[in-house]
Structure formats: C-alpha cells, structure tokens
Ligand binder design. Structure first.
Ligand SMILES: *[C@@H]1O[C@H](CO)[C@@H](O)[C@H](O)[C@H]1NC(C)=O
Ligand SMILES: *[C@@H]1O[C@H](CO)[C@@H](O)[C@H](O)[C@H]1NC(C)=O
Ligand SMILES: *[C@@H]1O[C@H](CO)[C@@H](O)[C@H](O)[C@H]1NC(C)=O
Ligand SMILES: *[C@@H]1O[C@H](CO)[C@@H](O)[C@H](O)[C@H]1NC(C)=O
Ligand SMILES: *[C@@H]1O[C@H](CO)[C@@H](O)[C@H](O)[C@H]1NC(C)=O
Ligand SMILES: *[C@@H]1O[C@H](CO)[C@@H](O)[C@H](O)[C@H]1NC(C)=O
Length: 253
C-alpha cells in the first residue's frame, strides 16, 4: 500500500468511529421500567436527540413516568400503552375513563392519518341496569357507578338519533379506528410513513440509516467517495477481477 493512501484511511477510521457513536446515541429509551421501548421513528424529547426520530413522532414522559403523545390537533395528551414497530401501530389510551375525557380523537395533521384508519362515530349512553339495545355495545365499567352502566354504540347513520330504552344520551364522538378495531380502553393508530415493516422484520434499524443520512450525511458521502477512489485505484493497480454484489431491494411497499 502506498503512503499517500494513509491519510484517507485515517480519515475513514475516524468517520467510522463517528458513525458508531451516532448509532449509540440513538439506542432505545423509555420513561420507566414498564414503559414502551422508544426508538425510531419515535423518540423521547429530552432523552433522545432530534435526529433519532422522524418528524411528527415525538413522545415525552409525564410526572408519573408514563409515556405520552401530544397530537397537534388536540390540547390533551394521550398515554402510550404500547408500540408495535412491526405492525406500525401505536396503542394510545384515549382517556375515556378520566372525568370529562369522552372527547373525539382528531388525527388530522398528524403522522397517523393512515388510509386504513377510518373515522367512526360513537354515541355514549348512561343506562340503568335493565337497558337493552339493538346494537352491539362497548362497555365502560370504569365509568359505571352504582346501578348505572356507561356504554358506547357505533352511531347508526340510518338512525343517528337512536336512544336505547332505559338509557340517557351522553355524548357523540369521532375516533380513528381500524376496520376490525374495537373501541375499548385503547385506540390503535397506524402510520405508513416512514414505512419500515420489511426492515423491521429483518432486524435492520432504520434509525441507524436515517440517523446517518440526516446527522452525518456529508461526511458519509466524503467517506464513500474516498473509499470509491481507493478501490478504483486498487483495481487499476492490480487489474484484478471485480465481484460486484447485487444488493436485492426487498423493502417492497
Ligand atoms: C420517575 O423516574 C425517576 C427516575 O427514573 C424517579 O426518580 C422518580 O421517582 C419516578 N417518578 C415516579 C412518579 O415514579
Ligand atoms: C381536527 O383538527 C383540524 C385542525 O387540526 C380541524 O380543522 C378539524 O375541524 C378537526 N376535526 C374535528 C372533527 O374536530
Ligand atoms: C359522523 O358524524 C359526522 C357529523 O358529526 C358526519 O358528518 C359523519 O358523516 C359521520 N360519520 C359516520 C361514519 O357516521
Ligand atoms: C348516570 O346517571 C345517573 C342517574 O342520573 C347518575 O347518578 C350518574 O352519575 C350518571 N353517570 C355518568 C357517568 O354520568
Ligand atoms: C326496567 O325497565 C322497565 C321499562 O323497560 C322499567 O319499567 C323498570 O322499572 C326497569 N327496572 C329497573 C330495575 O330499572
Ligand atoms: C341499585 O338498585 C337496587 C334495587 O334495584 C337498590 O336496592 C340499590 O340501592 C341500588 N344501588 C345503588 C348504588 O343505587
């Protein structure tokens, strides 16, 4: 190896160290021992640098060390119950069990406006014990007191004013829900961008890739150029065969 390549190799070495360091900063974080592991595309503000997350996927920790998400179109924060990176789903507690929290969940202008989610209208009723309804009901024992039960039914577009016998109208709300989803004590919100289902399956951290492109894009480019320069010099020098590996792109949408 010629002496003139040594500076390039030293430079590359420090770049590689920098890359490794950048990945270490983006290791998963959580608000508490039983809280969801947070990694790309999410990040916890104050715990993980901005480049570790995708814009619009910021989480934070509340005073009880619970993981929370603030949707831009809602003044109320939501507790994050869990995250499925493989299914690209985040499970949030809509907070219906807290006083005065039976409110619509608005995902307009958020990262969770996935086309698979549909907006569903629900009507909440406060019913005495012997109520009966024509529709399947979602029960909210957490809101029920004494001899009264709180239930929700999908608002029937043919009969939006339907009130089951022995029930009192409480509230009508709109929530995003998956086609087979059920309104219980949690909502599944889906995201489609960034799409990383196939790389999650293969165990490749998209955060590393994203972190590289955002955080150290230019130095990486310089590194690739200097590597290419070195390899082309080597090939010229040895005139050897070059095995080119075809990297299959199976990140199919
Ligand atoms: C939250 O976590 C911090 C540090 O991990 C701890 O000192 C604090 O007591 C926790 N607070 C609650 C309410 O659990
Ligand atoms: C949801 O929020 C957007 C603004 O972010 C607003 O324009 C829209 O009317 C809201 N939708 C509902 C159903 O409240
Ligand atoms: C839900 O209610 C709104 C009015 O509040 C209405 O415009 C919309 O069509 C309803 N959606 C469904 C699925 O019933
Ligand atoms: C349901 O109605 C009963 C009787 O009016 C009332 O005592 C109770 O507080 C109501 N429950 C809710 C959750 O509003
Ligand atoms: C049950 O409902 C009927 C009317 O449908 C009413 O007359 C009766 O008082 C109710 N019983 C109780 C225990 O609420
Ligand atoms: C529930 O109803 C029964 C009789 O129908 C009554 O004895 C009881 O006191 C009621 N409970 C409450 C908490 O109102």
């Amino acid at each position: 190896m010629e002496k003139k390549h040594i500076p390039i190799l030293i430079f590359s070495f420090f770049l590689l160290k920098h890359i490794a360091g950048a990945n270490a900063d983006c290791s998963p974080a959580s608000c508490g021992p039983n809280e969801p592991h947070v990694r790309f595309p999410f990040r916890i503000l104050d715990l993980q640098p901005a480049r570790c997350g995708f814009p619009g996927f910021d989480l934070s920790c509340d005073e009880q060390n619970q993981t929370i998400i603030q949707l831009p179109s809602s003044s109320l924060p939501y507790i994050v119950n869990s995250i499925s990176y493989l299914e690209q789903l985040i499970y949030i507690d809509p907070g219906f069990c807290q006083p005065n929290r039976i409110v619509s969940v608005n995902i307009t202008d958020t990262s969770f406006s996935d086309s698979n989610l549909m907006m569903q209208n629900y009507t909440f009723f406060n019913c005495s014990q012997n109520y009966s309804t024509l529709y399947p009901v979602v029960r909210f024992p957490c809101l029920s007191t004494g001899n009264y039960s709180v239930i929700a039914i999908v608002t029937d577009s043919y009969n939006p004013g339907y009130v089951p016998p022995n029930c009192e109208f409480m509230k009508r709300i709109v929530v995003p829900i998956l086609p087979n989803g059920v309104l219980s004590q949690e909502l599944e919100l889906m995201w489609s961008t960034p799409y990383c289902k196939s790389c999650e399956r293969e165990g490749i951290s998209r955060g590393a890739i994203y972190g590289l492109s955002i955080g150290i894009g230019v130095p990486t480019l310089i590194f690739i150029i200097s590597l290419a320069y070195y390899l082309s010099y080597k090939r010229k020098g040895h005139n050897g065969s070059h095995n080119q590996r075809v990297v299959e792109d199976n990140s199919g949408m």
